[in-house]
Design a protein around this ligand. Structure first.
Ligand code: UDP
Ligand code: MG
Length: 324
């Protein structure tokens, strides 16, 4: 149950890709916070998502003097969602808290998350009140995305929430059941349900390094979110087809009646081209939409694992989840 006792265990899962500079800074801020929560058995699990810089050696150095730090290394860069999944899969006991390696999610707030958990909430998520260091374009597109997915999908995806959150043991267990390859984590957290609580915080600028998400990656993430949690685009293309067919019918009648009443001097090349091009475009869009879903189906059908582990150094007293 999520009612807390003296020995509540909490594992902080941090996915890192090329974060050699940021990790030590995060670590230095994380330790005092964990030490201050003396009624929680807190551990850290760093996941190296196939970094190409010194992230792994940095992690080993950080873990060397701390028995409560576990390390996991994936065989290559699988992406943040897979790295987090790998980390969460290994949390064998207690709650898990997800944190970004760049300290954009302030670790000092962890005790507030724990307090909410102890008050009986299963899914405690951070909601950004401000996005320091993020431009207007990113803010505007982010807000557009949340509005869109809010309309298209029945799965709740709270606005301006990221992966900064605490999951109770039962929420974690439920999340582990979702093994889809295309993982839109925000949606998965929402799908799991249970009672959620939000903690409003100011998202800081990254402490070091640069963002790993460029516009194209974010665009793909948005596509992922929409196609994973809604089939509305397919329905939209159906309606689009219906509407164009209707318009075509009306226009066809008009052409026939016109030819019947006034004869048919050969004309209308421009309008014919316009119609052909328009219909061609509509068909391609609809095909593309079907393709998006078909492609995802194809990836799911292959049933490949979500990630491959290269190295696993558990924190003291930690075992694989389900390997007892
Ligand atoms: N990250 C990861 N694998 C990736 C890309 C990113 O584990 O392929 C991690 C990254 O190290 C960081 C977190 O995901 O801890 C968020 O990335 P970032 O700060 O670049 O994204 P932003 O905060 O700009 O959205
Ligand atoms: Mg960041």
């Amino acid at each position: 149950m999520n009612v807390a006792g003296k020995t509540d265990r909490l594992t902080i899962v941090v996915a890192a890709f090329n974060e050699a500079e940021a990790l030590p800074l995060l670590h230095a801020r994380l330790l005092p916070v964990l030490a201050s929560m003396n009624d929680v058995d807190a551990r850290i699990l760093y996941v190296d998502d196939g970094s190409r810089d010194a992230t792994w050696t940095t992690m080993q150095r950080l873990a060397a003097n701390h028995p409560r730090v576990g390390l996991l290394r994936l065989s290559r860069n699988f992406g943040k969602e897979a790295a987090l999944t790998a980390g969460l899969d290994l949390v064998d006991e207690g709650a898990a808290m997800i944190l970004d390696a760049d300290a954009q999610d302030p670790p000092e707030l962890i005790p507030q998350f724990v307090a909410k958990w102890r008050a009986g909430f299963d899914n405690v998520y951070g909601r950004r009140s401000q996005r320091a260091g993020e431009g207007i374009a990113k803010r505007a597109t982010a807000s557009m995305f949340y509005r869109l997915i809010g309309r298209l999908s029945r799965t709740p995806v709270p606005e301006d929430t990221g992966d900064f959150r605490l999951l109770s043991p039962r929420a974690l267990k439920a999340l582990r059941e979702l093994r889809e390859r295309h993982r839109f984590m925000k949606g998965l957290f929402g799908w799991v349900g249970f009672n959620g609580a939000e903690i409003v915080y100011e998202r800081e600028a990254r402490v070091a390094g640069t963002t790993k998400f460029n516009f194209w990656k974010l665009w793909n993430l948005a596509l992922e979110g929409i196609t994973s949690f809604s089939t509305a685009p397919l329905r939209i293309s159906t309606y689009l087809g219906l509407i164009t067919a209707l318009i075509a019918l009306v226009y066809g009648l008009y052409v026939i009646v016109k030819a019947w009443m006034y004869g048919d001097p050969v004309a209308g090349w421009p309008s014919m081209m316009a119609v052909i091009l328009f219909l061609g475009g509509v068909q391609l869009i609809a095909l593309g939409m079907i393709g998006e879903y078909l492609g995802r189906l194809y990836v799911e059908a292959k049933q490949r694992p979500l990630y491959v582990i290269a190295d696993w150094r558990p924190a003291a007293g930690q075992a694989y989840a389900g390997s007892e």
